[in-house]
Design a protein around this ligand. Structure first.
Ligand SMILES: Cc1cc2nc3c(=O)[nH]c(=O)nc-3n(C[C@H](O)[C@H](O)[C@H](O)COP(=O)(O)O)c2cc1C
Length: 345
């Protein structure tokens, strides 16, 4: 099967093409610490045969949280808990990734001031953000650098920068949320500067062989917003330091989005072929047939499953036929589940 083919991203060997998409579980406490729930949740998906697990959006500062229950990586006290997740993912046979995030104007955590490139709120239900000063921009870039260093200490194999879904980096990229008149606003090069500076800060501490990827929203689905063409220009500006691009869409503002199975795959495919970069396709991909088609036709290098892995944590091993024990994928303890001989005890 196509999805069982190994893949090398940067110097990381993945045993198959299935990625667990980052999904916030809002199950931490106000300190951003790891709970038993996270250990069970990620450990289970690793045992289920997923090749790469990308841990949910993990906040680089307290004001970078979406909610008061987000996981955090803004201080060294977070490292032991995060290390325990990494160890369980590794024991389960998967590679461990983490998504570093800052919510920007979509921060709904209690008692935090909200910051964004411009003083424009996401909607009337959200707080009005403060326009970031140059000092705040530099502090935030530094927070990403320190978070990357902590992620390395915790043992993560791959790091994903969250540049999608209307959070801080996306807010800088899109002209609809970035109306600055300094070097961080205006032209596409200026709007991409914040992302590029975060990438180079992270690269100064994230060891060269470990892959660094970026998740982008390839379209805002709105007039004068980001579209696929601009996304490819952004990727071309940043791609020299990046090992892969995780192609999502939307989230900047409410917009009409036509969704159907694999609705974002076409954008990932265009980016892969036009920009000549590795891509992860994601979004309403649930079936084995869809995954086989995407990988087999070279439309994406990897396929991320989100909600399907919430419903079915064993998706990869579940698709292995009985009596075909695949020792690479099935945990030793579970091999008998694939045997059709009568159970002895
Ligand atoms: C519960 C939930 C939480 C999510 N949290 C994140 C997140 O932390 N970071 C992110 O980039 N996307 C997040 N997403 C989006 C998913 O990563 C994924 O792109 C989306 O669900 C589409 O894929 P799917 O159709 O396979 O679920 C979340 C989605 C869900 C359902």
């Amino acid at each position: 099967m196509q999805f069982l083919k190994p893949y090398e991203i940067g110097s990381l060997n993945l045993k198959n093409r299935i990625v667990m998409a980052p999904m916030c579980m809002y199950s931490s406490n106000n300190e951003g610490l790891v709970k038993d729930f996270h250990r069970v949740h990620y450990g289970t998906r690793a045992i289920g045969g997923t090749g790469l697990i990308i841990q949910e959006a993990t906040a680089v500062t307290p004001q970078g949280r979406i909610s008061s229950n987000d996981l955090g990586i803004w201080e060294n006290d977070h490292i032991p808990g995060l290390t325990s997740i990494v160890n369980l993912i590794h024991e389960g046979g998967a590679a461990a990734g983490i998504q570093l995030a800052h919510a920007g104007r979509k921060c709904e955590a209690e008692n935090e001031t909200t910051i964004a490139p411009s003083a424009l709120s996401f909607s009337t239900d959200y707080r009005m953000p403060e326009e970031m000063t140059i000092e705040q921009i530099n502090e935030t870039i530094e927070a990403f650098r320190l978070a990357a260093s902590r992620a390395d200490q915790a043992g993560y194999d791959l790091l994903e920068i969250h540049g999608a879904h209307g959070y801080l980096i996306h807010e800088f990229l899109s002209p609809l949320s970035n109306q600055r008149s300094d070097q961080y606003g205006g032209s596409l090069i200026n709007r991409t500067r914040f992302l590029i500076e975060i990438i180079s800060a992270i690269r100064s501490v994230w060891p060269e062989p470990k892959p660094l990827i970026v998740r982008l929203s390839a379209s805002d689905y709105l007039q004068n917003g980001i579209d696929l063409k601009q996304t490819m220009e952004i990727i071309n500006l940043a791609k020299a330091s990046i090992d892969g691009w995780h192609i999502s869409s939307g989230g900047l503002l409410n917009a009409p989005i036509k969704t159907y199975p694999g609705y974002q795959v076409g954008m990932a495919e265009t980016i892969r072929h036009t920009c000549q970069v590795p891509v992860i396709a994601v979004g309403l991909i649930n079936s084995l047939e869809q995954v086989e088609e995407i990988i087999g036709n070279g439309r994406a290098d990897l396929v991320a499953l989100g909600r399907e892995l919430l419903r079915n944590p064993y998706w990869p091993i579940r698709h292995l036929a009985p009596n075909t024990p695949n020792e690479n994928l099935i945990p030793e303890q579970y091999l008998r589940g694939w045997s059709i001989c009568p159970p002895q005890n």
